[in-house]
Design a protein around this ligand. Structure first.
Ligand SMILES: NC(=O)c1ccc[n+]([C@@H]2O[C@H](COP(=O)([O-])OP(=O)(O)OC[C@H]3O[C@@H](n4cnc5c(N)ncnc54)[C@H](O)[C@@H]3O)[C@@H](O)[C@H]2O)c1
Length: 429
């Protein structure tokens, strides 16, 4: 790519920041990355990749010469005008987004008319306005501000960066908005150029809509269980309607991850703080919480109580192809199983290290077969390809019971049953 691509700064080198940095380096920019986590920065300088994201290691290695890592802002300020912000915005106890990391970034910036913040972090609608006020209070009115929400999906983040469905740029028409548009131009994605508040809302509304679709099909699945219909057939029939579409119609044990739960909650709280009661999102959240627990009911029904029973969880990450355990359904499941007296073994090809930090009371296994050995029941929690290709005859031989609960409707029921096991999905006949 051309040598005259503008250099950029990226503040926060987590899932979003690191992929953004590697992606823009691939497009030809020099990228000055900043993170407060000194250990992470040291690892990145050594060429180690602190997260699991397919294709990221290769992309970082290929663009090593253009990527610079530091705990200090100086290099980014000296070399770049656009400073992409990709720090975490986790939920607070109230459900609102915690913007303390964003404010720490703003507080650390000098007064400058040469620089602009480009917000990649997911922030409540109105954040741009309140940050502009903060700039004024701190004598930093010259700083530009652009909202450029991120839509990448963990597990396919590199591809999503390089082939985005759309690029959303919200600004007040200053130089920085034009510069961001120019940076993304080589990707050829549809551009939504709009005001800051609308750009902020596009992100929250998109995630809330996707979460609503999931909770909707999960409720349909639950009704299917009462009425004898099969949700997989129902979703197939619905999804062919191009007004509906087939994506996000897979019933299962609920959504998790670092985005959907917190963003849905943040939008609900944002509405509430403005005096509007967002009833639909209240239901979406509640359905999701109940859905995570429905597997426990199924286990009770089949095993006649969980005290002393052995349950194997296959997969722990909130979805396949990531090591991210934030808000994973497995966290709720393992805690409930322990509380009900079951012993839990688990296998995940990638997320074990993250899981060990978050859960107690699980025996971690180094293969699916050792996880299921002696189990009364097996629950597919994350549909890793490796788990979909299991030899069910071997699983049947290793288990002491015969119950397989397919929490993602991702297994072939006939293959499981052919091995002499008893299959139960979510909303399936
Ligand atoms: N993960 C996703 O799939 C995804 C997708 C779209 C949008 N987002 C949004 O992007 C933002 C980042 O998400 P993530 O998953 O990459 O988070 P993350 O927790 O993986 O990374 C955040 C990084 O920011 C660093 N950081 C915190 N405070 C800092 C500061 N003051 N200065 C410099 N670095 C600082 C942390 O050390 C960490 O490395 C969030 O707002 C999230 O909602 C995430």
């Amino acid at each position: 790519m051309s040598a005259d691509r503008q250099p950029i700064g990226v503040i926060g080198t987590g899932y979003v920041g690191l992929v953004t940095a590697a992606g823009f380096a691939e497009l030809g920019s020099d990228v000055w990355c900043v993170d407060i986590d000194a250990e992470k920065v040291e690892r990145l300088k050594r060429g180690e990749v602190p997260i699991y994201e397919p294709g990221l290691e290769e992309l970082l290695a290929r663009n090593k010469a253009r990527l610079h890592f530091s705990t200090e802002l100086d290099g980014a300020l000296e070399h770049a005008r656009l400073l992409f912000v990709a720090v975490g915005t986790p939920p607070t106890y109230s459900g609102d987004a915690d913007l303390s990391a964003v404010h720490a970034v703003v507080d650390g910036l000098p007064a400058s008319a040469e620089h602009a913040l480009v917000m990649k972090s997911t922030v409540p609608c109105g954040t741009g306005t309140s940050l502009a006020r903060a700039f004024g209070e701190q004598g930093k009115d010259g700083l530009g501000y652009v909202s450029c929400p991120e839509f990448l999906k963990e597990g396919s983040a590199v591809n999503d960066f390089l082939h985005p469905d759309r690029v959303v740029v919200g600004d007040d028409g200053n130089w920085a908005g034009d510069a961001v548009v120019e940076l993304y131009a080589p990707l050829g994605a549809p551009l939504v150029r709009t005001d800051v508040a609308s750009a902020e809302m596009v992100k929250l509304a998109s995630n809330a809509f996707l979460a609503t679709k999931i909770s909707f099909i999960n409720e349909i699945a639950n009704v299917c269980e009462e009425t004898g219909a099969d949700v997989v057939e129902v979703a197939r029939g619905m999804g062919l309607d191009d007004r509906i579409g087939a994506k996000f119609l897979q019933a299962g044990i609920g959504f998790g991850g670092s985005c959907f739960p917190k963003d849905v909650d943040a939008l609900k709280q944002l509405a509430g703080n403005s005096g509007y009661h967002f009833q639909l999102l209240t239901a979406v959240i509640e359905v999701n919480e109940l859905q995570k627990r429905r597997v426990i009911g199924k286990l009770h029904k089949h095993l006649g109580g969980l005290v002393g029973k052995r349950v194997a969880l296959l997969g722990l990450a909130f979805k396949p192809n990531t090591d991210d355990m934030r808000e994973a359904s497995s966290l709720v499941l393992s805690a409930r199983l322990n509380a009900d007296g079951a012993s839990v073994s688990a296998y995940d090809p990638v997320a074990e290290e993250q899981a060990r930090r978050l859960v107690t009371g699980i025996t971690f296994a180094d293969s699916p077969l050792s996880a299921v050995r002696g189990a009364d029941a097996v629950v597919l929690v994350t549909e890793w390809q490796e788990l979909l290709e299991l030899d069910w005859a071997q699983v049947a031989e290793a288990m002491s019971g015969d119950l397989v609960i397919d929490g993602r409707n991702a297994l072939d029921p006939q293959a499981v049953r052919a091995a002499g096991l008893s299959y139960e999905g979510i909303g399936r006949r």
